[in-house]
Design a protein around this ligand. Structure first.
Ligand SMILES: O=C(O)CCC(=O)C(=O)O
Ligand SMILES: [Fe+2]
Length: 551
């Protein structure tokens, strides 16, 4: 039976409605829905990206919106609410919770021990991520474990896996305990993979049952609802691929040690450890499985007080909302020690989630199918080989001669040069020496990539020699210049940006082993390098040459 709302609840509901109406108004004004729901940290008054900000800019509108909504919230549900389970089933059917009791006790013990081991050895780190051109330190500490050579990129930060011991892996770890922990997360990965496939099958069966419930009188040719969705045709292979987790991103946060946590801005769900977001860099429609370990003592379990509104701020929760929908209430799902939840199929694309902090420290292991077509060591090594195929001969001093001066070849060479420098070397060294904490796995590959990159510096210098050489026909010069100028300009801009990031105030606050290193870096006139680090002069020279050779 649904109870009658109290006067207070009615008032709250009315406020929520006016909040909904405000959203609707903004939407009808052409305010993008993404802006209403952006997961990005929104600026406070003293924190605007640009003091001369236009009064109609999205940042301004968002600010206005939040000002207007000061003390009213959109509605959300917790298990205390009567409509909670019904709404979950209806609006969030691809969100699955498996409570701790359904997971084998031995696995709990092992996994929880593994979290504590990695924490004890100092293997988790806060990331200095970049959001909208700003450097921010995540409140949560993280480590990526997964297939050897795999990487995962989020918020402009490429994380490199500490390998788990898949067949054929020769990974060495600094401590036997760390090795055991990585093995445990591989075991958890297999368990969650099986659970995911089972949950996907159940979901497919449910969808099918719904389809079959549609009356047949609409005829055989009529396109039936639900058909052509994710579960037709090659469903079994798709299902397996979409549950083939290749990495897990571990999170840790102790709220007692985080004096400032952001308040959830739309629903008033309280302190957030992770703001609203979609998970990035995943294979389309792939699942995400999360094991949640809040270090709560049994005596701390608080009794649910039915008088209190909203979620219990002592308990960790995961929050969900539908991305484009301003009417469906959000959900705050309590997570107790050892609970697991699954985001199936396109849930991560259609919904956003956030993590709401409780009192105790908490770990989570978030298993994902990282989209790593351009994110594995194997891939980047192959790319570098392609670029270096243009080397004809190499002299003792490093100088090289080129095989081809064709513009497609030159262009590709310079693009790969940028890719290895900015997506791999600088990303890796920006994270200080953290990767040495657990394993030396990335040391040799990084030296190898740096060596290949160094040769590319000689490649670029050989190309520059050609465009400067007297007697080369204007047309050919023009083509060469056109093919390399964009990449070299990008290189100059990105070098400046990475250099500044490494020197930033926030970067300087990090402990020695996490201090960003600006690498590769060399001083002007370094005899071992053919070109300067700072390409300002070269870029203007090339621009000048391009003007001269214009047809
Ligand atoms: O810790 C969790 O439950 C989820 C964390 C999360 O959303 C993430 O790391 O992307
Ligand atoms: Fe997430």
């Amino acid at each position: 039976m649904k109870r009658t709302p109290t006067a207070e609840e009615r008032e709250r509901e009315a406020k929520s409605l006016s909040r909904v109406q405000l959203f609707v108004t903004l939407l009808s004004m052409g305010f993008s829905r993404q802006e209403c729901w952006s997961e990005l940290p929104f600026p406070s008054l003293g924190d605007l990206p640009d003091p001369g900000i236009e009064p109609v800019s999205p940042a301004w509108q968002k600010l206005r919106l939040l000002e207007e909504l000061e003390d009213t919230w959109l509605p959300y549900l917790t298990p205390k609410d009567d409509e909670f389970y019904q709404q979950w089933q209806l609006k969030y059917p691809k969100l699955i919770l498996r409570e701790a009791a359904s997971v084998p006790e031995l696995l709990h013990k092992e996994v929880q021990q593994a979290f504590l081991t990695l924490h004890k050895h100092g293997c988790l780190f806060r990331d200095l991520v970049r959001i909208q051109g700003k450097d921010l330190l995540t409140p949560v500490s993280r480590i990526l474990i997964g297939n050897p050579g795999c990487t995962y990129k989020y918020l402009n930060t490429r994380l490199f896996t500490v390998p788990w011991p898949v067949k054929g892996s020769d990974a060495k770890y600094n401590e036997a305990e760390i090795a055991a922990a990585c093995q445990t997360f591989l075991k958890l990965n297999s368990y969650l993979q099986v659970e995911t496939i089972q949950a996907l099958e159940e979901l497919a069966a449910k969808e099918k049952a719904n389809i079959d419930a549609v009356p047949v009188c609409i005829g055989p040719d009529f396109p039936r609802v639900g058909m052509g969705s994710s579960f037709d045709g090659h469903d079994e292979i798709d299902m397996k691929n979409r549950a083939a987790y290749n990495v897990t991103l571990l999170n840790f946060m102790d709220p007692q040690k985080m004096p400032y946590l952001k308040e959830e801005p739309y629903f008033g769900m309280g302190k957030m450890a992770v703001s609203w977001h979609h998970d990035e860099n995943l294979v389309d429609r792939s699942a995400v499985a999360v094991y949640s370990y809040s270090c709560e003592g049994p005596e701390e379990e608080s009794e649910d007080d039915p008088q209190l509104e909203g979620r219990d701020p002592d308990i960790w929760h995961v929050g969900f909302k539908i991305s484009w929908d301003i009417e469906t209430p959000g959900l705050a799902i309590p997570l107790h020690q050892g609970d697991c939840y699954f985001m199936l199929d396109d849930l991560n694309a259609t919904h956003q989630h956030c993590v709401l902090a409780g009192l105790p420290p908490r770990f989570s292991s978030t298993h994902r199918v990282a989209e790593c077509s351009t994110g594995t060591l194997e891939y980047i090594l192959q790319r570098c080989q392609v670029a270096l195929q243009n080397v004809r001969e190499e002299a003792d001093n490093g100088e090289i001669s080129l095989k081809s001066l064709e513009s497609v070849v030159l262009k590709q060479g310079e693009e790969i040069h940028n890719e290895v420098e900015f997506e791999w070397l600088r990303q890796f060294w920006f994270q200080g020496s953290r990767y040495k904490k657990c394993t030396d796995w990335w040391c040799q590959p990084m030296s190898q990539l740096e060596e290949m990159w160094r040769k590319m510096e000689w490649l670029t210098s050989a190309v520059l020699r050609e465009v400067r050489r007297e007697g080369v026909p204007m047309e050919q010069k023009n083509e060469m210049l056109t093919s390399i100028l964009a990449s070299i300009t990008t290189r100059q801009n990105l070098r400046r940006e990475w250099h500044a990031r490494c020197q930033s105030r926030i970067a300087r606050t990090l402990p020695a082993d996490q201090k960003p290193e600006c690498r590769p870096y060399w001083e002007k006139g370094d005899p071992s390098m053919p070109l300067p680090f700072d390409l300002t002069e070269i870029v203007s020279e090339l621009r000048g040459l391009l003007l001269e050779t214009r047809p």
